[in-house]
Design a protein around this ligand. Structure first.
Ligand code: NAD
Length: 291
């Protein structure tokens, strides 16, 4: 019998992780507590694939086959058919704890449970389950179908067999796995990006440089594919705030202290691409057509 992966949470990352699996030929179940989220997740994946077909990155048959490999499920119990379930719900300890407790209850004891957390301790989240040896962090990078890297975060009780099973699965999806002890640093990707992003926001807030100029410095000056403020808009400012808050709490280092502008924008509902406004504005398709 082939392997089946489950994804709990159908937001920006849950949908992206499911699409990464499907594009690599792996069947995947996607669950969300709301049917509307589930539907818009599948619609978004279809739209992204349509764009990839237009750009010639993938042919139409492969795109259709990828969609067919993604099975939306409305009942969390259906995830029990998977042997690896990746939790990717909101970056909030109590939300994650509730979902992981439920997954632990419905899934077989040999099933590996993982979390896509950006910043919450793996040992703390493992505590929501009765399988710390079969639990770890699998930190994907946005956009998950494209970025060929997954940070695998081990907790103090994660077994080597669990790491090896997960590594084999993701390498089959064309990803390179970097294994990091969560207790030492948390996700290294976020520690590095957090410093750059926080400083970019502070510079922008102080009026030192415009959002465009800061991004241009990183893109043209450092050769980054995307500047930090554009990346923050894509990641979601609420997710970025939670991630910085947790890194600050965990390390006590002032570089991670969330800039005031970030907290203010989140409280005003400016979340980046998903709310159509962040450091930049993103008109809807209809607005773009009317231009
Ligand atoms: N956005 C990024 O670039 C990025 C990168 C790596 C990891 N992450 C992590 O991935 C996870 C998901 O982030 P995202 O960007 O996809 O966020 P998102 O806001 O796009 O999606 C969050 C999902 O959680 C679900 N959810 C919210 N409350 C819930 C509840 N009480 N019960 C069940 N489901 C609930 C929502 O319906 C949604 O499907 C977070 O832990 C985040 O830190 C995000």
């Amino acid at each position: 019998m082939g392997h089946l992966t489950g994804v709990a949470g159908a937001g920006v990352m849950g949908g992206g992780i499911a699409l990464a699996a499907a594009l690599a030929g792996s069947p995947v179940l996607v669950w969300s507590r709301r049917e509307t989220t589930l539907r818009s997740c599948i619609d978004k994946c279809k739209k992204d694939l349509g764009r990839a077909v237009k750009k010639g990155w993938i042919d139409e048959v492969s795109a259709d086959e990828a969609v067919a490999r993604m099975q939306p499920v409305a009942d969390v119990r259906e995830l029990a058919a998977a042997d690896l379930v990746i939790e990717s719900v909101a970056e909030d300890l109590s939300v994650k704890t509730d979902v992981l407790t439920e997954l632990d209850r419905v899934c077989d004891e040999n099933t590996i449970l993982s979390t896509n957390t950006s910043s919450i301790s793996i040992d703390v989240l493992a505590g929501a389950t009765r399988r710390p040896q079969n639990f770890l962090g699998t930190h994907f990078i946005y956009p998950a179908p494209i970025r060929p890297l997954v940070e695998v975060l081990t907790g103090t009780k994660t077994s080597e067999e669990t790491v090896s099973r997960v590594r084999t699965r993701f390498e089959g999806w064309g990803k390179r796995c970097l294994v990091v002890e969560d207790g030492v640093s948390g996700p290294v990707v976020n520690r590095l990006f957090g410093v750059l992003a926080a400083e970019a926001m502070r510079l922008h807030e102080s009026g030192a440089a415009s959002a465009d100029d800061i991004d241009a410095i990183c893109e043209l000056g450092f050769g980054h594919a995307t500047g930090p403020l554009k990346s923050l808009d894509a990641v979601g400012l609420d997710v970025a705030l939670a991630s910085l808050e947790n890194a600050y709490e965990r390390t006590g280092q002032a570089v991670f202290e969330p800039p005031e502008i970030l907290a203010r924008m989140v409280s005003e509902g400016l979340l980046g691409r998903k709310s159509r406004k962040g450091f930049y504005e993103y008109p809807s398709t209809r607005e773009r057509r009317a231009d």
